[in-house]
Design a protein around this ligand. Structure first.
Ligand SMILES: Cc1cc2nc3c(=O)[nH]c(=O)nc-3n(C[C@H](O)[C@H](O)[C@H](O)COP(=O)(O)OP(=O)(O)OC[C@H]3O[C@@H](n4cnc5c(N)ncnc54)[C@H](O)[C@@H]3O)c2cc1C
Length: 463
């Protein structure tokens, strides 16, 4: 099939390699400033579901791979493949049924847009921690969002999905219909073998008072902080989300300590007094020697987005990894803290989360999302100049190697997917083999094949 035929069929925009606007389109495809060497043959900016079907059929007719793209946020550049990229950002409709407490959302709908659409109804959903991430790949990989202690992993609140399959058919998948497809759509991430063009979400009443406390110490206090966070989460209600950030000190504190560990407790309650009482109890047991404590800040989710999005500047060159652990938090946090102490760029940082033991976890076998642990850790290398690529990547891999004895698996949404063997660690062996069997059945020609190789990197992977 000629590209002109596709162009005539779709309402959206078709760009073939080399056409005017091509380089700019490629430049803005991915959120990470560091791009893979592979380049697509064409980009289709879908205006509707029929456009997606036409694009999938065009790829099949020309023997090309299909590469769905939500907002290109996957740090490993998964959405930039050598075949036809189908850009779903324009499919961003959100329809809320407040009485049924459900929402129908397009893959391009962002966390921030969903929060804004739900807010007038007093409803909520475990949206991710940054406003610009779309439902598309966020839900497909699992979705570790705000208030996960109460609401669990976001994909388990997906009631059904609309999927364009490898042969261009449009199917609905739910627990009752096309259950295999539904199982895969909740956790397969980049290994999914269709294009999700719509999600139906189960909503919940939104917490009316979200309060945050932030305590900061010199980085060397990381062991005491990890022990305190572990002890706190043993008694804290599920409304508490507790995260440590290991990073360069913000300007006023940098005079005292170049690198710091900040413990950030966010409490999702309905009454400010309840949230403040929990924060006061957490703070009362905090290790001595904090450089600063700010407790009881009102932080509705849009305010959290303003704060957090500023820490992830679009277009920065990045390398990222994210890990689950069953060990005591100090094991993973220690490796991350020591890594941050020797980071090649001041913008590099790490996160450590102690999850609530009360948080719902997906029942075994219920969904492809199958890898999770009580402790989460993530590494974010950021730098500006291409000359920093090797050091940034090596830093992430070196710290991940040091953390390995405490690591049981990775989170596919943020893992270093170019590292050999890393992708397979995102699922249990049972889930991975079921996923492989479903891929072979639903996508026999491997249209949804993914490359994760990186230029100049001796260690690469594909799936
Ligand atoms: C700043 C930032 C903050 C983040 N915060 C969080 C967080 O708080 N919690 C969390 O869980 N994750 C978080 N992530 C990770 C994020 O959820 C994943 O990287 C996710 O893949 C991003 O979605 P996307 O649609 O932009 O993915 P893309 O990069 O566009 O796509 C990645 C891959 O996913 C598949 N894919 C995407 N959409 C579809 C679709 N509709 N149908 C079929 N396949 C598809 C494709 O295989 C594609 O190659 C964050 C990422 C960034 C950059």
């Amino acid at each position: 099939m000629q590209i002109e035929t596709l162009r005539a069929q779709v309402r959206g925009i078709v760009l073939a390699a080399g056409e005017p606007g091509w380089e700019l389109a490629l430049e803005t495809l991915l959120w990470n400033g560091r791009k893979p060497a592979r380049r697509p043959a064409a980009i289709v900016r879908a205006a509707d579901v029929e456009d997606v079907r036409h694009a999938v059929r065009y790829a099949a007719a020309n023997g090309l791979t299909v590469s769905p793209r939500g907002a290109g946020h996957n740090w490993s550049g998964a959405a930039q493949q050598a075949g036809v990229v189908i850009d779903l950002a324009g499919l961003d409709e959100i329809r809320v049924d407040a009485a049924a407490m459900t929402a129908e959302v397009g893959p391009g709908a962002t966390n921030r847009a969903l929060v804004a659409a739900l807010e007038p109804h007093g409803l909520g959903f475990p949206v991710g921690h940054c406003g610009s991430v779309p439902m598309s790949g966020y839900l497909l990989g699992g979705g570790i969002g705000w208030n996960a202690g109460r609401w669990g992993v976001a994909c388990m609140r997906v009631e059904s999905v609309e999927v364009v399959t490898a042969d261009g058919a449009l199917l609905t998948a739910s627990a009752e219909r096309n259950a295999d497809l539904f199982w895969a759509a909740r956790g397969a991430g980049p290994l999914f073998f269709g294009v999700v063009v719509g999600y139906r979400l189960r909503l919940a009443p939104a917490p009316r008072a979200i309060r945050t406390g932030v305590w900061t110490w010199p980085l060397e206090a990381h062991e005491d902080v990890a022990a305190w966070m572990q002890a706190t989460m043993a008694w804290a209600p599920a409304s508490v989300e507790f995260t440590a950030k290991f990073c360069a000190a913000p300007p006023p504190l940098a005079l005292v300590s170049a690198k710091v560990v900040m413990a950030i407790a966010t409490v999702f309650e309905d009454a400010a007094e309840a949230g403040d009482a929990i924060l006061a109890r957490i703070g009362a047991a905090a290790p001595a020697g904090a450089l600063e404590a700010q407790v009881g800040l009102p932080t509705p989710i849009p305010a959290l987005y303003d704060l957090i999005d500023a820490g992830f500047p679009r277009g920065r060159r990045m390398a990222v990894d994210a890990m689950w652990s069953d060990a005591a938090p100090s094991a993973l946090f220690g490796a991350i803290a020591r890594g941050v102490a020797r980071a090649p760029d001041a913008e590099c940082f790490g996160l450590g989360v102690v999850r609530s033991p009360l948080a719902p976890v997906p029942p075994a076998g219920a969904a492809a999302f199958s890898m999770i642990g009580p402790v989460f850790g993530a590494l974010y290398a950021m730098w500006r100049d291409p000359s920093g690529d090797a050091a940034g990547r090596a830093w992430v891999r070196g710290v991940a190697r040091e953390a390995a004895p405490a690591v049981k698996g990775v989170y596919v949404g943020e893992a270093d997917l170019a590292a050999p063997g890393r992708l397979a660690q995102a699922w249990t062996p049972e889930a991975l083999s079921r996923l492989a069997a479903l891929r072979a059945r639903h996508d026999p020609r491997n249209r949804f094949r993914r490359e994760f190789a990186e230029p100049g990197c001796e260690e690469t992977a594909a799936a």
